[in-house]
Design a protein around this ligand. Structure first.
Ligand SMILES: C[S@@+](CC[C@H](N)C(=O)[O-])C[C@H]1O[C@@H](n2cnc3c(N)ncnc32)[C@H](O)[C@@H]1O
Length: 263
């Protein structure tokens, strides 16, 4: 015999008791996503135990798209929509786009939905993220590779990338302990830890990017206000003409670097 279905009020109470600030909204999403009373109870208990809502649901809304998400994969953040906005503004139709450190592939998928005929490549070191990105990018013909930064990419892509987007890990190592437990306990450290000043991965991407960009191609990386000056300096040190954009609303910065033509 199946368990009685939890009512909306019961779900809200359970979530509120567990400290969920948006208990009503979350309850509605869980009720709409569950296929049986058992699955609803299980989802509510997972959420009440602190699992991120997006991992419980198995999807996240990003740039108006429903992105499939698996447990253990970084949850795309609303602030990263600014990185997408900046890339959409410069990506011509049909461009070759590389989404490095792609996680779920949300950034590449959002770009492909906004700009016609993009040829999307993506890569991540984490096999679970790669599997998830393939779910999100297969439908648009995106190719997803597994390995360290540029290492798994086909040689034929060298010098061909017009827009390289990267939301790399950028939390300084000492800051990980101060993140909310949803991030600390449910997202891999690999997805968060950017080294002592948070810029280790950014510097590696900037240093190698010119080998993959077309002349005049662009590298865009998300960063924080505190890190932005050092991020701009890292781009410039690698011969990229760097420009900084900030969204106060989303509290995020994006550095765009342009590879020199003939450089
Ligand atoms: C902050 S998450 C961003 C994921 C995705 N771009 C997004 O915005 O939702 C960073 C991602 O970088 C990946 N990563 C970390 N170090 C890497 C490396 N050396 N090579 C490739 N991917 C790496 C992690 O596995 C993680 O998926």
């Amino acid at each position: 015999m199946s368990a009685p279905q939890l009512s909306r009020d019961e779900v809200v109470l359970r979530l509120r008791g567990a400290g969920c600030v948006f208990a009503e909204e979350e309850a509605d999403l869980l009720l709409a996503s569950s296929s049986s009373s058992e699955s609803l109870s299980a989802m509510v208990e997972r959420r009440a135990s602190g699992v991120p809502l997006e991992h419980v649901l198995g999807w996240v809304e990003f740039c108006g798209l429903r992105i499939a998400l698996e447990p253990g994969v970084f949850v795309p953040r609303p602030r990263t929509e600014f990185l997408v906005e900046r890339a959409v503004a410069i990506a011509p139709p049909g461009a070759v786009v590389l989404d490095l450190c792609c996680g779920s592939g949300a950034v590449g998928a959002a770009l492909a939905s906004a700009v016609p005929d993009l040829r999307v490549y993506a890569a991540d070191l984490d096999p679970v993220a790669v599997r998830c990105a393939r779910r999100n990018l297969d439908g648009i013909g995106g190719l997803v590779f597994e390995g360290d930064l540029f290492e798994p990419l086909p040689d034929s892509l060298r010098g061909q990338v017009e827009v390289l987007v990267a939301n790399v890990p950028y939390v300084p190592s000492d800051g990980i302990a101060f993140l909310p437990s949803e991030a600390r306990d449910h997202e891999p450290r690999l997805a968060l830890d950017g080294g002592p000043d948070g810029l280790d991965v950014l510097r590696r991407v900037a240093a190698e990017s010119r080998r993959w960009l077309v002349p005049g191609g662009r590298l865009l990386i998300e960063t924080s206000a505190a890190q932005a000056p050092a991020a701009v300096a890292a781009f410039a040190a690698d011969g990229l003409a760097a420009e900084l954009a900030r969204s106060d609303e989303l509290d995020v910065d994006v550095v765009t670097g342009t590879a020199a033509v003939g450089g």
